[in-house]
Design a protein. Structure first.
Length: 603
């Protein structure tokens, strides 16, 4: 399993296309380098030497350069955008797959807002690099190399000015990148906190209003928003501190080149006019400086204009340095945060070594054995020496106070967590030797924490089996869960779209839909964790009758009401992680312990 984001794996399939993009970029840049030469000939040969017959060919050359640049630039942009989108999509899928592979304890220690920022914002930063920022960095480097070659060939002495100033701008950009690196990490973290605060409040807006906590929540959001604002201001200060230096260099460079290049042209013209070069004062100094920048031949006006155009090609990369540095720092920070997720390893891994399809060839009967099972988390023992045997088709009732370890039994049975000691057997096989997906598909659960997706009622019931579950089974499950009476009265019946987490449905309605979802699975093991707590007594009794009528299915019912477990074949009473009472309903009443106290308080 990968322990870090492998960008090479995602980029490798698109190397050939990126090569085409780089080739197109190289041709486009080369055409940019030819344009100044044409300008030089127009000035020197057409305007000054009056060779008008050359003008037509030179103008056609400029037109050809424009058309060629359009074709090559479009090719480059389209390829990079397409490849970048595919790479970002694949990275996002890979990251989502990694997150889903992690065990439940990972999600116990991280909020959903932070994960959303990783999946969306951080992958978007990688998208920026893959789509256009990375190719821009390559273009900047290529343009600098080619432009430097042409400038050096034209006048190597005059080229020293842009090269020196370009190195200075690069040094400033590196300093700025180091300063921005840490700030971007803090900004991303605070962005996660801000997203989580907003998502949490939107999800619980009814609770907020019910307790009149609007002012408190606004202040909490404002606190994170203010910190996010301050971090962005810090980023801006760094950018504003360094970027003007680069801007000043880019503005001074053409003026400096024009000044010294102009002196070279003046010196050349003076010599061509037959001047001796013996000047005094400012004129003598100007002549001497200009003469120093002539190499082998006098610099012409056309050459000066061409050189200034090359300088412009150097200025653009320098201007881009600040922005590219900013984006590169952001992408590096995003990769670091994504690697923190990739470094996580699931505690629950499939070590069965059994092919899942081979395992499903055997019938799971639903015999469950807990053999001296103990479990602890965060230094606290939650289960201590729990043992019981449940034969296939039997029903187990679990009673106990809140925090006694009832739900933990179910989480261990589904291998959401692994036992600390002891073992759990399904049909005599240690569940750690059963393929994870096969184990979990053998157990249908209706949990305390009801979760319905923003989908149709039918889509929620078919969850995971949308292509295989027949429509008739959906209707039958709704009828057995006593949900059909209210579903059938909806405008679109089972095709009605319900909101996120079942918004718009009552607690009892949501429970009945989740019961229908579990009944539709026809699994050998059915678990109901306090799943009828929101139902009225009459509906609960009807559902209990349905559950009692189910045959060939092992049932585990966790409840606080005696009525939900009294007909179970075996009832265990939990207290502080241990089984303190065990037996049938009548046996536990005769025992006169905790079960009898609960019965007396409810009746």
């Amino acid at each position: 399993m990968e322990t870090k984001l492998n960008l090479t794996k995602h980029v490798r399939p698109y190397v050939a296309l990126y090569s085409v993009a780089i080739l197109a970029m190289a041709f486009s840049t080369w055409l940019d380098m030819i344009a100044p030469i044409i300008v030089q000939h127009i000035v020197d040969d057409v305007l000054i030497a009056h060779q008008m017959d050359l003008l037509k060919m030179l103008l056609l050359g400029i037109l050809g350069i424009g058309v060629g640049r359009c074709v090559f630039q479009y090719t480059k942009e389209f390829i990079c955008d397409w490849c970048g989108s595919k790479i970002a999509s694949n990275v996002r899928i890979d990251l989502f797959r990694k997150i889903q592979s992690l065990s439940a304890n990972f999600f116990d220690g991280i909020n959903s807002g932070e994960l959303m920022s990783r999946v969306k914002d951080d992958v978007d930063r990688i998208w920026d690099i893959a789509a256009y920022m990375g190719i821009l960095i390559a273009e900047v480097l290529l343009r600098v190399v080619i432009t430097t070659f042409y400038m050096m060939r034209m006048n190597w002495k005059l080229s020293m000015f842009p090269l020196a100033l370009m190195l200075t701008a690069a040094f400033i950009a590196i300093r700025m990148e180091k300063k921005l690196d840490d700030v971007f990490g803090d900004i991303a973290q605070e962005n996660s906190e801000l997203n989580n605060t907003a998502a949490e409040n939107l999800a619980g807006v009814r609770t907020v209003k019910a307790f009149a906590r609007e002012d408190f929540e606004r202040k909490k959001f404002h606190k994170h928003n203010q910190k996010y604002y301050e971090l962005n201001i810090t980023q801006s200060k760094i950018f504003v501190h360094y970027n003007p230096m680069v801007q000043m260099i880019t503005r001074l460079l053409p003026a400096i080149v024009l000044f010294f290049g102009g002196l070279a042209v003046i010196a050349g013209r003076a010599e061509n006019a037959g001047a001796s070069g013996e000047y005094s004062g400012i004129v003598g100094v100007a002549y001497s400086i200009g003469k120093a920048f002539t190499v082998g031949h006098d610099m012409t006006v056309g050459e000066l204009l061409a050189f200034l155009q090359y300088v412009g090609n150097i200025v653009w990369p320098m201007e881009m340095l600040g922005w590219l540095t900013n984006g590169l720092s952001s992408a590096k920070a995003s990769v670091k945060r994504l690697n923190k997720i990739y470094e996580q390893t699931p505690n629950i891994v499939d070590e069965s070594g059994i092919d899942e399809e081979l395992f499903t060839q055997f019938d799971v009967n639903g015999g469950i054995t807990f053999d001296d099972v103990s479990y602890e988390a965060n230094g606290r023992k939650i289960l201590d020496g729990v043992s019981f045997i449940l034969k296939p088709g039997q029903t187990l009732g679990i009673m106990g106070a809140t925090g006694s370890g009832k739900t933990t039994i179910i989480n261990l049975l589904k291998r959401m967590y692994d036992v600390g000691s002891g073992r759990i057997l399904l049909d005599g096989v240690d569940i750690r030797d059963i393929p994870l997906s096969a184990l979990r598909r053998s157990i249908a659960c209706v949990m305390q924490d009801i979760f319905l997706f923003s989908d149709t009622i039918e889509g929620n019931i078919r969850l995971g089996e949308k292509e295989t579950m027949p429509h008739s089974l959906v209707i039958k499950s709704l009828q057995r869960a006593k949900a059909w009476p209210f579903v059938s009265k909806m405008k679109e019946a089972e095709q009605t779209v319900i909101g996120e987490r079942g918004i718009g449905l009552s607690g009892g309605q949501k429970q009945r839909i989740t019961i229908a979802r579990a009944l539709a699975r026809k699994t050998p093991v059915l678990v109901l964790d306090d799943s009828t707590s929101a139902l009225d007594t009459e509906t609960e009794q009807e559902i209990q009758e349905v559950l009692n009528s189910l045959t060939g299915m092992t049932k585990i019912i966790i409840g606080h009401r005696i009525s939900s477990v009294r007909k179970a074949d075996k009832i265990i009473v939990m207290d502080k992680g241990r089984i303190v009472e065990e037996g049938t309903h009548d046996e536990l009443l005769k025992l006169g312990g905790l079960y009898k106290e609960t019965y007396d308080s409810q009746h």
